[in-house]
Design a protein around this ligand. Structure first.
Ligand code: NAG
Ligand code: NAG
Ligand code: NAG
Ligand code: NAG
Ligand code: NAG
Ligand code: NAG
Ligand code: NAG
Length: 485
């Protein structure tokens, strides 16, 4: 709204600007003084003029705001934002966005409800409270007589902020839905597609042993600059992952949060009063990220970056083959004679996070490959000739680590049909089509010329001798051959 008004008045006299500033100030003042609590009867609707965020509730410090966040032009998420940076900390309905239209409504009737017209409820706290407030921690609460019935801290999306308790019943899910953070009995782990563990932090035994009977562990970002794991009723953390700001003076201006990022990393951020600084990374090596180079990619630490496990395929963003997912089991040919995959081998590779993979010990590479070949849930096997360890991959192949160590060999199954890089075939098809079309034109032109010459009584030998047409024809063939290389 203010920006619109600026546009309208910008070309007029300064007088208007003063009036404008005053009115904006009045609007802001009124908003911040009236929207710190929501009571029964409250209702708000998104305005079509809102560019990105429309606040409906603020915390007492004014640092955080609950409101309508515009996404993908006309979708709406009910979100809690850090006002100074517009960074969303929490979203009410991460999987089902409402639409940005005047039929969408947020109201409070004991529950905080986001609904479309009167009928469709997008999201609700399902409570019977007397007010909704946003605390200065960024926690949204529905309260009855001052005690919380529901709080947003219990339903984190991809972020936990300082002071927020993260329990084993919760998970942080990256915005693309691929990666999650969860707690185990004595560790926290990062998972791909909710099942494959690719990073693990176990409670350090030296600090304090996880004791049975003391209940499950929980995690919390401590304002003093660490991500701690605690056991119920213990004030001291059983494990500490230090941030860069560890033991820096905690000021009223500073703030910390941890987020599950769409690349599979877990990162910590520090608010220095004007910017968010990266403060912590669970995974510091890019090649250790689960899909650092996409499917069937090869990540070599250092300068060389990404390439493909198949040395015949050029690396392109998004991976080295298309359509690599799905199942291998049950896709064998009739009678089991023809397999549904082809085999790709590469030396000098090993799996990232091999310490989290199951392995068997075999006496040879052939034996290791055989174990995988016979098991249709196995997508690949990596053999270490030095130790005899044979690592099994039981989900579609992501990125492997390039080691340059020839005693480490990888065996990978590539699903047939769609497994090839389609772009190569598209290129081949285009070149063939061009050749055929040019051929037709050349032959057609030749026939026409022959007929035309015959009609004019020109002798056959004249046409057959080297002439401009023939030269043109062979020259264009040559140039096409060259461009197809
Ligand atoms: C609040 O509104 C929702 C949606 O219309 C409804 O399902 C719920 O019963 C209402 N709650 C109360 C306490 O009236
Ligand atoms: C947040 O509110 C609590 C009381 O509710 C107060 O003690 C604390 O100082 C406030 N923190 C900030 C940063 O304003
Ligand atoms: C987190 O858990 C601790 C210990 O149970 C508790 O004292 C604290 O109030 C909790 N914090 C929040 C924000 O719920
Ligand atoms: C909260 O507001 C105070 C006072 O304006 C400011 O110093 C501080 O940096 C803010 N904190 C955050 C996390 O924005
Ligand atoms: C590509 O891989 C094949 C099979 O592993 C190998 O024989 C060949 O030498 C490799 N080519 C290059 C250029 O590395
Ligand atoms: C096949 O591999 C899967 C995953 O690696 C494993 O759980 C299963 O036990 C294997 N089956 C056999 C028969 O070895
Ligand atoms: C693997 O190890 C065996 C014996 O330890 C050795 O004979 C063989 O040459 C090694 N193969 C490779 C590829 O390093």
């Amino acid at each position: 709204m203010p920006t619109l008004m600026f546009n309208m008045f910008a070309t007029h006299q300064p007088r208007f600007m003063v009036v404008l500033f005053l009115s904006i100030e009045i609007i802001t003042l009124r908003c911040s003084s009236t929207t710190q609590e929501l009571h029964a009867g409250f209702s708000a609707t998104p305005e079509s003029s809102t560019a990105s965020f429309q606040a409906v509730l603020s915390d007492p410090s004014g640092n955080f705001s609950l409101g309508f966040l515009r996404m993908n032009r006309n979708q709406l998420a009910l979100a809690i934002l850090h006002v100074a940076s517009s960074e969303p900390f929490w979203v009410a309905n991460p999987t089902r966005a409402a639409s940005w239209s005047d039929t969408t409504r947020l109201f409070f009737n004991g529950s905080l409800v986001l609904s479309d017209s009167e009928t469709r409820v997008w999201w609700s706290t399902a409570t019977n409270g007397d007010r909704a407030v946003l605390l200065n921690t960024s926690n949204l609460q529905v309260q009855a007589q001052g005690s919380p019935l529901w709080e947003s801290f219990d339903f984190p999306t991809n972020t936990i902020v300082q002071g927020q308790n993260f329990t084993s019943k919760m998970s942080l899910l990256s915005s693309n839905g691929l990666y999650s953070l969860r707690l185990g009995s004595d560790f926290m782990g990062l998972y791909e597609e909710n099942k494959d563990l690719y990073w693990k932090r176990t409670v350090l035994e030296t600090k304090a042993e996880v004791q049975e009977g003391k209940g499950p562990i929980y995690a919390r970002v401590n304002a003093e600059g660490y991500l701690g794991m605690y056991q119920t009723n213990d004030e001291k953390p059983a494990d500490v992952q230090k941030f860069n700001s560890f033991q820096q003076a905690v000021t009223a201006a500073s703030f910390l949060f941890v987020r599950m990022e769409p690349d599979g990393n877990l990162k910590g951020y520090y608010w220095d009063g004007s910017n968010w600084l990266t403060n912590y990374q669970a995974i510091s090596e890019t090649c250790e990220l689960p899909r650092s180079c996409g499917s069937y990619g090869l990540c070599t630490p250092g300068v060389s970056g990404c390439s493909c496990l198949d040395n015949q395929t050029r690396f392109e963003a998004g991976g080295c083959f298309n359509d690599v997912g799905g199942e291998l089991c049950g896709e064998e040919g009739i009678g089991g004679r023809e397999s549904g995959y082809r085999v790709l081998r590469r030396t000098g590779v090993e799996p990232p996070h091999k310490e989290l993979l199951s392995h068997v010990t075999t006496s040879s590479l052939a034996e290791c490959e055989e174990v995988c070949e016979k098991n249709c849930s196995c997508w690949g096997a990596l053999y270490n000739n030095g130790t005899g360890f044979c690592y099994m991959l039981d989900s579609p192949i992501g990125s492997m680590l390039g080691t340059g160590d020839a005693t480490k060999v990888g065996y990978f199954k590539v699903k047939k049909g769609g497994g090839e890089n389609k772009r190569v075939w598209v290129r081949v098809a285009v070149v063939i089509t061009v050749l055929v079309v040019v051929g037709i034109i050349v032959v057609g032109t030749g026939l026409c010329v022959r007929r035309w010459k015959r009609r004019r009584g020109v002798k056959e030998e004249d046409w057959a001798s080297p002439g401009p047409y023939k030269n043109l024809g062979s020259a264009s063939f040559r140039s096409i051959e060259m461009s197809s290389r």
